[in-house]
Design a protein around this ligand. Structure first.
Ligand code: RIB
Ligand code: CA
Length: 308
């Protein structure tokens, strides 16, 4: 299967991108979207990562704003520059001229029935691609999405997880697309931190390389923030968990097929992931929601990527 990564780098997006590229996932393109930071920053961060990994994978700028939702960012979590506010060399890589929305459509025509999309930011690029070309849903084999909630425990609004709250209309379009979806919700991420101790198992020496050292620098503040927010040591790397289930399906320890939709109306409910666990809606399941993961397997993938 060929893959597109659609992201808003973002510290945990960086963990996902580093792990996917270092472990050889067949990535045909990285689409960048507004989210953790404004698009110009998430785009610059994607190019930084391309340089760091000396990767040939092309980077495409996507949508700079949501379909309707006013701009939401998360610089308080990811830093003013969106990538931990650490030092980086001057950028060498350049983004492609094609827009990420057009790249998604083009790659689906190149690889019909053999293309997956790992979406770890607001879903604007994918939703606009589906609106521009509704037949796209017939050609994309699988979506693996970090977003939404399994129990309405929001991190951005009362009920809204950031990626869905930053563009509820886009999330609604994507969940209604009919493409098979594996969903990694916020609560599962919250209960499955990756610790430095797990990363250092097998020795610290192997982490003495440019990629691992830069990763440890960009995640240092996130680690401190995670520990003060949750009260236990570790990294809260949501997007890495989503990437990990592609690289190692045994990471998933519990999942459920459910009907899920995204609420776009309401004062308190906008951005809610409405999930029919009881099957009362009569609607066929459209999402496989991941409820438990094996963090040792996730940490092993990240370590393998950092020492590659
Ligand atoms: O709610 C967590 C999600 O929002 C992650 O994808 C993080 O990078 C931010 O985009
Ligand atoms: Ca993200």
């Amino acid at each position: 299967m060929r893959w597109i990564i659609d992201a808003d780098p973002g510290v945990d997006d960086a963990a996902a991108i580093i792990t996917c590229l270092q472990l050889g996932l067949d990535v045909v393109g990285i689409g960048v979207v507004h989210g953790n930071s404004p698009l110009q920053d998430t785009l610059r961060n994607a190019l930084r990562l391309k340089d760091l990994l000396q990767s040939e994978v092309p980077v495409y700028a996507g949508c700079s704003r949501a379909i309707l939702e006013p701009q939401l960012n998360a610089t308080e979590v990811h830093g003013q520059d969106g990538l931990g506010d650490v030092r980086w060399p001057a950028i060498k890589s350049r983004q492609e001229l094609t827009h990420a929305v057009d790249m998604i459509i083009a790659e689906s025509l190149q690889h019909p029935g053999n293309l997956g999309i790992l979406a770890v930011g607001p879903l604007t690029n994918l939703a606009v691609a589906l609106i521009k070309d509704p037949s796209l849903s017939q050609r994309v084999s699988r979506l693996v999405i970090m977003g939404g909630t399994s129990g309405a425990k929001g991190n951005t609004t009362i009920v809204g997880e950031f990626n869905f709250a930053a563009d509820p209309e886009a999330a609604a379009v994507v969940l209604g697309s009919g493409i098979p979806i594996t969903l990694m919700p916020w609560e599962t991420c919250l209960h499955n931190l990756i610790t430095l101790e797990q990363l250092e198992q097998g020795g610290r020496e192997a982490l003495q390389n440019p990629v691992a050292q830069q990763f440890l620098q960009i995640t240092a503040e996130l680690q401190r923030r995670t520990e003060s927010y949750i009260g236990s040591p570790g990294f809260l790397l949501c997007d890495l968990l989503a990437a990990a289930i592609i690289l190692d399906p045994l990471v998933i320890e519990e999942q459920r097929d459910v009907f899920a939709a995204v609420e776009t109306a309401g004062t308190f409910g906008r951005g809610l992931t409405a999930i029919d666990y009881a099957g009362v809606s009569g609607r066929a399941p459209n999402v496989s929601i991941v409820l438990k993961v094996n963090t040792d397997r996730v940490a092993a993938l990240l370590r393998q990527a950092l020492i590659a």
